[in-house]
Design a binder for this molecule. Structure first.
Ligand code: NAG
Ligand code: NAG
Ligand code: NAG
Ligand code: NAG
Length: 590
């Protein structure tokens, strides 16, 4: 009796429900975590009716061509050097194949999402954005969304521990977000810190001395634009291409650059720039709160403008959607800061030729599929002719306790992302003058996701030979090594809320280097040449061979001169990836 009624019920069920479309039944896991990412805790189940924007990144059909093109156009010896792509040319290369579009549309339709429901397609159609409920997303991705709380910041996000896709879609889809990437703007470690006990300058002694080539001894403990301009030999260069050249700073939710502080900074440290400012571009709901100056934002903008004046500077304030409030009924939480900013900037027909970003995550906390998608977007930025600088991080060979999050809890050096992406230029930190040496906290290492790019083969092989067996097993010798360049990173004099404070971090190094390269771009643009674009092949090709010391001058003066037509050159240094005393780094990391 029980048996037959069960049969009847299931037959009834089969008749009443929509026939299952076999095409999408066979699902396979796309990414999963072994444990809840460090720093986060389960808070509650996600409300089934919570709506959010799901982004589906379709496989970029000709991404290999885009990368090959990037390597040619950034190789100073290649006939295509400097032939950057327009937005349309780049989008043609990253556009998905028609059958990828067809497959994803059919899958969405199967879940009741018609093409009309797709709110937008960006990046040559490579991103599909649809508004879905948690319940719907859970059905589509064979997953369970929860609310997770970040203990340190009390921020809440809606994320999943794993997600799946129909097997057929794996060859068409790079990543779906938000799913398993937990890093959010507030947990992304800003790579700067105040130095409460460090000396500060009330006014700029180094500027008063009017030093041209020589660098005053005060620059050993306190860094000002005059110190950096002296050290990197840009003091006498007067920018000429200011109608076309631009320098951008990428900032994220809650970090606001302050215009009044910039004037105080100029009055104190760069008097010829008084009265000039930067422009602010708000991205995806970003704000411009002038009552809330950010240490990171002020450091970034004061030193990019301080180095590159009168080159126009832009501060991008990227908001993302408001953070998820667990009690709110209408929250919208995507919080994918890199993606928001990258999709915005890549859609512009004109992009600043130099961009500095001082944020990052431990690479292992970024899902590989997500990291790969973001890294390819940086390749696209380079192909468009932009140099993207990232600070290399402030935790030496790794953050936290260096334990792996793959369930094995091993202790390994932990690289940082996006510094580990081979298509960005990672900037490490130095300190002191004559000689300038690596600063202890400067981040560096070898990617566990990205293979060593050929442009750094010679430099890294030589470095590994000199390293011998030291730290072997703790780092991935076949991975992409970083940083690529280094510059001063300690004792930076920054005006915050009207007061001069001393700030340290590779966050200081990245805007400094960006400022110098904005001037190099100025040289080229003023001469009617293309912007430098992706510089890694250039700087490694021109690097000195010596790896016996901790610091290797990477920019050869004569080569840079002939390349750029520049009188004299800058003296930035290369810090090999793990040049610090690593056993010490293990103990002193935050
Ligand atoms: C899709 O669009 C239709 C009509 O435009 C609308 O009625 C429906 O609610 C939308 N569905 C979703 C999931 O947004
Ligand atoms: C080392 O890097 C390669 C990429 O070159 C990667 O495929 C591999 O998984 C990494 N190995 C380890 C142990 O992290
Ligand atoms: C600095 O630049 C000047 C020209 O502005 C040049 O003459 C000088 O050689 C450069 N110094 C160094 C150390 O490169
Ligand atoms: C590293 O630092 C420790 C303690 O600070 C020291 O004993 C050791 O000799 C250092 N090792 C190297 C290779 O410099």
């Amino acid at each position: 009796m029980r048996w037959s009624s069960a049969v009847v019920l299931s037959l009834l069920h089969l008749c009443l429900s929509k026939p299952l479309s076999r095409r999408w039944d066979d699902i396979a896991e796309k990414h999963s975590w072994a444990e809840i990412p460090r720093g986060w805790e389960y808070y509650s189940d996600a409300p089934a009716d919570h709506m959010f924007e799901m982004r589906v990144a379709l496989k970029q059909n000709r991404i290999d061509d885009l990368i090959a093109n990037l390597m040619e156009t950034s190789d100073p010896g290649h006939r295509k050097y400097g032939q950057h792509l327009t937005a349309e040319e780049a989008e043609a290369l990253v556009a998905p194949r028609p059958d990828s579009v067809e497959a994803v549309d059919a899958w969405l339709e199967d879940h009741g999402i018609s093409p009309d429901n797709v709110s937008h397609r960006t990046g040559g159609g490579h991103w599909v954005v649809v508004r879905v409920s948690v319940a719907q997303a859970e059905r589509m991705l064979g997953t369970k969304y929860n609310v997770y709380r970040h203990a340190a910041s009390s921020e809440h996000v809606v994320r999943a521990m794993s997600y799946s896709l129909p097997r057929e879609l794996h060859s068409h889809v790079d990543v779906v977000a938000p799913t398993t990437y937990f890093g959010t703007v507030r947990s992304m470690r800003k790579t700067s810190f105040l130095q409460p006990n460090a000396p500060t300058l009330e006014h700029d002694m180094s500027q008063e001395l009017h030093v041209d080539a020589a660098v005053p001894s005060s620059c050993s403990s306190t860094i000002t634009p005059s110190c950096l301009r002296g050290l990197y030999n840009t003091t006498n260069y007067v920018p000429k291409a200011t109608s076309v050249n631009m320098l951008g700073v990428a900032g994220y939710l809650g970090e606001y650059a302050n215009r009044a502080d910039l004037q105080t900074f100029f009055r104190t440290f760069r008097t010829d720039a008084v009265g000039s400012s930067y422009s602010t571009v708000l991205v995806n709901g970003g704000l411009d709160d002038q009552s809330n100056p950010g240490v990171e934002a002020n450091l970034d903008i004061q030193y990019t403008t301080g180095m590159s004046y009168p080159t126009p500077n832009i501060y991008y304030s990227t908001g993302g959607s408001p953070p998820f409030t667990p009690d709110s009924q209408t929250p919208s939480n995507t919080n994918e800061p890199y993606l928001d900013w990258l999709n915005f900037i890549l859609a512009q027909s004109t992009i600043p030729q130099t961009i500095s970003t001082s944020y990052g995550d431990d690479e292992q906390t970024v899902p590989p599929d997500y990291a790969n998608t973001v890294c390819n977007l940086f390749a696209q930025l380079g192909a468009r002719g932009t140099t993207a600088f990232f600070s290399s991080g402030d935790s030496g060979v790794g953050g936290g306790d260096c334990r792996t999050n793959d369930g094995t809890n091993r202790r390994l050096f932990q690289p940082a992302f996006p510094a580990s992406c081979p298509f960005v230029t990672a900037v490490g930190g130095t300190t002191r003058v004559n000689p300038e040496v690596a600063v202890s906290f400067s981040g560096g290492g070898f990617s566990r996701y990205f293979a060593r790019p050929s442009y750094q083969n010679t430099a890294v092989s030589a470095y590994l030979t000199s390293l011998g067996s030291t730290n072997s097993g703790l780092y991935n010798a076949t991975g992409r090594a970083y940083p690529d360049l280094a510059a001063q990173g300690q004792g930076f004099q920054v005006v915050i809320g009207g007061v001069v404070q001393s700030v340290a971090g590779t966050s200081a190094s990245s805007p400094t280097v960006a400022g110098v390269f904005a001037l190099l771009n100025d040289v080229r643009l003023a001469a009617g040449k293309a912007s430098l674009g992706f510089i890694n092949p250039l700087i490694y090709a021109n690097g000195a061979a010596s790896t016996t010391s901790c610091l290797v001058p990477i920019l050869d003066a004569a080569l840079m001169d002939s390349l750029l037509g520049l009188d004299g050159t800058l003296s930035l240094v290369w810090v090999p990836p793990i040049s610090r005393n690593c056993s010490k780094s293990f103990e002193t990391r935050d």
